[in-house]
Ligand binder design. Structure first.
Ligand SMILES: [Zn+2]
Length: 63
């Protein structure tokens, strides 16, 4: 389910970019969107930075 757009930050190159906010597995987390600068999928919404540890697991399942 798409919840609109949100600001993502790339953990590789630190780029901040606007991308669709898609619900990840019916949870509060968002599907990591590919970085618009370096293409990395290791991204997360800026507002969800406190959940970095959760996103590390999500990135692993996507790779
Ligand atoms: Zn990047």
């Amino acid at each position: 389910m798409i919840r609109g757009t949100t600001l993502f930050i790339c953990t590789k190159c630190k780029k901040v970019f606007l991308a669709p906010d898609i619900e990840y597995g019916a949870m509060v987390y968002s599907v990591p969107m590919p970085c618009k600068r370096c293409g990395s999928r290791r991204t997360l919404p800026v507002l969800q930075l406190p959940y970095y540890a959760v996103y590390k697991k999500i990135w692993k399942t996507m790779e």
